[in-house]
Design a protein around this ligand. Sequence first.
Ligand code: GBH
Length: 487
Amino acid sequence: MSATRAFPEGFLFGAATAAYQIEGAAFEDGRTASIWDAFSRVPNAVINADNGDVACDHYHRYAGDVQLMKSLGLQTYRFSTSWSRVRPDGGALNPKGVDFYKRLVDELLDAGILPWLTLYHWDLPQALQDRGGWTVRETSDLFTEYALDMHDALGDRVNVWTTLNEPWCSSFLSYTAGAHAPGHYSQAEGMLAAHHLLLGHGQTVRELRARDSSLNLGLTLNLTVADAVDPTNPSDVDAARRIDGQFNRWFLEPVFRAEYPADIIKDFRDTDAEAVSRWQAAVQPGDLDVISTPIDTLGVNYYHGEFVGGTPPVVNPPAGDAPTERPISSPFPAHQNLFWHDRGLPRTNMGWEVQPEGLTRLLVHVSEEYSAQAGVALYVTENGAAYDDELVVEDGEAHVHDTDRVEFVEAHLGAVLDAVDQGVDVRGYFYWSLMDNFEWAWGYEKRFGIIFVDYATQERTVKDSGLAYARVIAERALVAEGAVGVG
Ligand code: GBH
């Protein structure tokens, strides 16, 4: 059988990265510390005490990296800009910092690659954290100022603007679980951070729209599909409800419906009433109107599903997110009687389930419940896997035979096509990540790239998955067994 499945006309193929994970040059040309520069120096916060000082040295190697993107046939590249490079300490504009992004964007445009710019991928200037970070309202306003600076510099060349990447991570995982910078352990702070992130998103969309109505504006959320272990068992169903509520609805509902989900507010009050009071005082009249300012595009980041129940599994499934010796709390304030079970799916090197079919269900669900009626287009802005990659030299040539990742990418692209077949308006896919990079609390231990990075030499090698992805892009189709591997 050689059934070929074509992608719709106009469907965009890309790859994604983030500033702190690849740029390096952490203190060059006026850049000052972000919360990740600080957090990576906290004892035991990051595996091997790794940090982003050098990372992939992309700040100096961006031109070569863009040529690699071009050689793969990428149509678009999703990257983020570093706030503390552009506005050191969150203050006045640093022209040298802005110039880097001008050079990068020019290089992309010369290569015929559409720049997809994300303004915030977790690297808040440390000076702003010292004033309360995302728990204070001022940060939302400063974020919008920074966004407008970026638009002044790049508005003539960049059309697609994503305000935030995964606000769940920069709020609950960072201020409640303590797993990410700034590493705090407070339900109230997580709730306040989520609100101020969303507020910063909404007011930035408003301001950018007012300046230029032709911009494509949106945000990216980490969304998931939560399945109850036993759909007939109320405590399992309730576990799934709370995962869906805290990961998905806490962000989707304010953006699309101008309200926070009542059931989760109640759960949060049950765990910490004082936190909810503080949060309620921070949510000012009009905020939800701002947060629900219409967007054009919703970015969906999907890595794995959740299989949860209200009672513990017999054997604990591999841990998802506890890499370090420094303690980590639950990122879910409502985590009583919430347990992850194993349903026998294969897992990546992160311990995450490989569940492509979850991506189809997620896209259909988000489309039906939220995006279609709002006229919002969906893009898969991240999807990818870490595996134990090995660089081998054969006939004097470097290779990485990452068969698992080839299968992962093809399976998830197939899942996207399944959603298209069900009528979902999904217009593109970005693999995470273009290259191996600083995987946050996991340091350089986990490799997600379709390009291998040898950190000692900064040499790049396109993995087999990169070659396979390039073939899909060239064909604009998934070609079934037998035909793949011809090129
Ligand atoms: C993305 O986030 C990031 O945007 C990117 O920077 C990062 O490099 C990439 O993924 C790979 O990690 O239930 O507590 O075990 C990942 C989104 C959402 C994935 C939460 C892990 C489970 C957390 N994450 N999920 S937990």
